[in-house]
Design a protein around this ligand. Structure first.
Ligand code: SF4
Length: 281
């Protein structure tokens, strides 16, 4: 090294050349329409590309949907349901217990639960009160116990002890609405009858402007219109994983998100594209 020449050190502030800095969006930030021009330059904000030629921006244009699906496939190629299960019945019980709870919490409870009551007939022989202590830690345990025992009794008495593999009959079970039915049909039976809409899917579908609705049945209908049927099962799992890993309800990690430049969510924490203020919950 030439004497007297000291190599450049990264600034202690982290604002050295080339550093990517995450900071909250400043509402007063000017929309420049420019992309970064020099390495290390903070990105400008680009206006939305028109997704229809000569028309206005269309968030559900087929080419945008295809791009979203492509990037989700790259990020989460083979994700599936995180609830531990060995049968359709175990998945049904785990899904009922997962309402207002986390999959981690449910997975803590179910191994012991299915060791104690191995078959659907064992559950059908219980009263809800007998089951309550075993599922207490998942929350809302009185309603969940009623649903699980009620579903077991119906499956034994009307469906020969087998969990039905169609939407119509699944929806007759106590405690089973379309979300639970879609989880069981998609994950266990590999049947795409609809799209699982949970809290993550709701939030991210709205951030991506795939729906303007806030209630699950309408969101599901909107998604079924724009997402190809062969993608319904995987797409929902991908959004759920994306919601857990990056696209949090509060302070999503947009700076690390591979879909950032095609996402105009109103509550992004960092953006290189125009923000659409209504694209959020
Ligand atoms: S850019 Fe942000 S808000 Fe948009 S999908 Fe990614 S993490 Fe979610």
């Amino acid at each position: 090294m030439v004497r007297g020449v000291v190599p450049r050190q990264p600034a202690k502030t982290g604002r050295h050349e080339g550093a990517q800095v995450s900071r909250p969006l400043n509402k007063s930030r000017k929309i420049t329409g420019l992309r970064p021009e020099r390495p290390g330059q903070r990105p400008g904000i680009t206006k939305s590309k028109k997704s229809t030629p000569g028309g206005k921006y269309n968030p559900v244009a087929p080419e945008r949907i295809a791009e979203i699906l492509k990037r989700l496939d790259q990020l989460y190629p083979d994700v599936t349901c995180a609830l531990t299960h060995r049968s359709a019945w175990e998945l049904l019980v785990a899904t009922i217990l997962s309402a207002q709870s986390t999959d981690v919490n449910v997975n803590r409870v179910t191994p012991e639960l299915f060791r104690k009551y191995p078959t659907v007939e064992d559950f059908a022989a219980l009263t809800p009160e007998q089951l309550e202590p075993d599922v207490r830690s998942t929350g809302f345990f009185r309603n969940k116990s009623k649903s699980v025992v009620g579903a077991a009794k119906k499956i034994v008495s009307e469906f020969g002890g087998q969990v039905p593999d169609d939407m119509e009959r699944l929806l007759t079970l106590p405690g089973v609405a379309r979300k639970t039915a879609n989880v069981v049909l998609g994950t266990w039976f590999r049947k795409a009858d609809g799209v699982v809409v949970d809290t993550h899917v709701t939030r991210i579908a709205r951030r991506f402007e795939l729906t303007k609705n806030t209630d699950a049945p309408k969101i599901e209908q909107d998604l079924m219109k724009v997402i190809p049927r062969e993608k319904w099962i995987l797409f929902a799992h991908q959004l759920i994983w994306h919601g857990r890993k990056l696209c949090f309800a509060r302070r999503p990690k947009c700076v690390d998100c591979a879909l950032e430049n095609i996402c105009h969510a109103g509550d992004k924490t960092w953006s290189t594209v125009e923000i659409h203020k209504n694209a959020k919950l």
